[in-house]
Design a protein around this ligand. Structure first.
Ligand code: UGA
Length: 445
């Protein structure tokens, strides 16, 4: 099939490459010329394991092209809308400017038999609005625009796997069960024929349900993380160990072990802004009470960052003035160079603002951090981050940091004190090498 992908950010770039890998001819379009130039040359504008290689492979087949000319999408049987929906500046709601712009631009180039598929994370009721906008821009009736809402559940770091072998598909259609919607479902099934052939569950719903599935899933994940971080706060007060607690409750398979990783909490371009946009939308719908708990989820999450700063200050003897702090990690999570709402960088900036000299290392994200968050000093080696440090903070759990040899590092720092903000280092190893090891939610030894 011929497919267009509108928007080549994180979601769109991965989706375009993966659709080509599924055997389709793909035309990917973006307004950002630099991005299109890089992608056409086989370079992705983000770090995602395996993506560059897969991009180059698919470019070589000749079936994958990138362009800034939206008119080029006209031959596509299916158009995927993959543009971003960031948090609106100074507000909780999502900014839909890019989604609306994509709809308006697509309208005049949409053939009557082609299907539009929305993948961006949007507030409930956006699908209906988009259908109307696309129709208006193309000079036709809303009922003549075929549209399915097909939310994306990919995780950064596992984006390829999550796209070509997802754990479920959700199709939100205009009128479930109608012949028109059944035809839309059949067309989208052809796009995903390969993953569907392996028995991947595929659920067909109405538009609002499909839109809500995405934000509900992210709200649940955020709640799970904040739940364990709330337990972490209680453990700190009571002298308990949140790691042992998580291990024990996770054996109940109704609870499970996943997403019970206590630490500095969640960041990134999705969970934080999605729970805020969800609250804002619920407010508009008059259902704000239903989601007030998400305010607490957000607050618990942000409190962990502040707690990390407090622990670091304590380790520095009560003041950051004249102290050096080494920070391991800048990305919001490992295997990504994404620094959006990164807990690591928030902590680093707060400590710098309080007077310390802060040196931040990250295996992949420094090039972005240097441009977008120029506050702290960024260093290319772990040794430079640690040199002369009064305390070292482990804030993004890259494998590189787990592989460190604490014994050989003790002599580079001013004081061998490490605070594990991700609970992923081995305390016994660090302590055996002479370090004072502290972690969030765990007893001090
Ligand atoms: C998240 C969801 O997991 C995806 O399913 C969803 O498709 C995506 O958002 C999206 O909306 O596009 P992602 O933002 O890539 O994916 O990252 P996660 O793996 O969910 O991690 C989010 C944050 O939570 C990270 O900062 C991570 O360090 C933190 N986290 C995760 C914890 O603090 N503890 C945990 O146990 C797990």
């Amino acid at each position: 099939m011929t497919i267009s992908v509108i928007g080549t950010g994180y979601l769109g770039a991965v989706h375009a490459v993966c659709m080509a890998d599924l055997g389709h001819t793909v035309i990917a379009v973006d307004v950002d010329e630099a991005k299109i130039e890089a992608l056409s040359a086989g370079r992705t504008p983000l770090y995602e394991p395996g993506l560059d290689e897969m991009l180059q492979e698919q470019l070589a087949t000749g079936r994958l092209t990138f362009t800034t000319d939206l008119a080029a999408v006209e031959p596509a049987d299916v158009h995927f809308i993959c543009v971003g929906t960031p948090q609106a500046s100074g507000e909780n709601r999502a900014d839909l400017t890019y989604v609306y712009a994509a709809a308006d631009a697509l309208g005049p180039h949409l053939r009557p038999e082609s299907l539009v598929v929305g993948k961006s994370t949007v507030p409930v009721a956006t699908a209906e609005r988009l259908r109307r906008r696309i129709a208006k821009a193309g000079g036709r009736k809303k009922s003549e625009v075929r549209l399915v809402w097909n939310p994306e559940f990919l995780r950064e770091g596992f984006a390829i796997e999550d796209t070509v072998a997802p754990d479920r598909f959700v199709y939100g259609v205009a009128e479930p069960g109608s012949p028109e919607s059944d035809a839309d479902v059949a067309l989208l099934d052809r796009v995903y024929a390969r993953p569907l052939s392996t028995g991947t569950p595929r659920l067909v719903t109405d538009y609002p349900t499909a839109e809500l599935v995405k934000v509900a899933a992210n709200a649940f994940l955020a709640t799970k993380i904040s739940f364990i971080n709330a337990m972490s706060e209680v453990c700190e007060a009571a002298g308990g160990d949140v790691l042992a607690l998580a291990e024990a409750i996770g054996h109940d398979d109704r609870i499970g072990h996943k997403f019970l990783g206590a630490g500095v909490g969640f960041g990134g371009g999705c969970l934080p802004k999605d729970i805020r946009a969800f609250m804002a939308r619920a407010g508009e719908l008059g259902a704000d009470q239903a989601l007030t708990f998400l305010r607490e989820v957000d607050a618990i999450n942000l409190r962990r960052r502040a707690r990390m700063v407090d622990l670091a200050r304590e380790a520095c003897g009560g003041t950051f003035k004249g102290r050096r702090v080494g920070v391991l990690g800048a990305a919001f999570k490992p295997n990504s160079d994404d620094i959006r709402d990164s807990p690591a960088l928030d902590v680093a900036e707060m400590i710098k603002a309080a007077g310390a000299q802060v040196r931040v290392h990250d295996p992949r994200a420094l090039h972005v951090a240097r441009v977008q968050r120029p506050g702290p000093e960024y260093v290319d080696t772990i040794a430079e981050a640690l040199e002369g440090a009064h305390v070292v903070l482990h804030l993004t759990e890259w494998q590189d940091y787990r592989d460190l040899d604490p014994a050989s590092l003790a002599s580079t720092v001013e004081a061998p004190v490490i605070i594990d903000g991700r609970n992923k280092l081995d305390p016994a190893r660090w302590r055996a090498a002479g370090w004072t090891y502290r972690a969030l939610g765990r007893p001090q030894v």
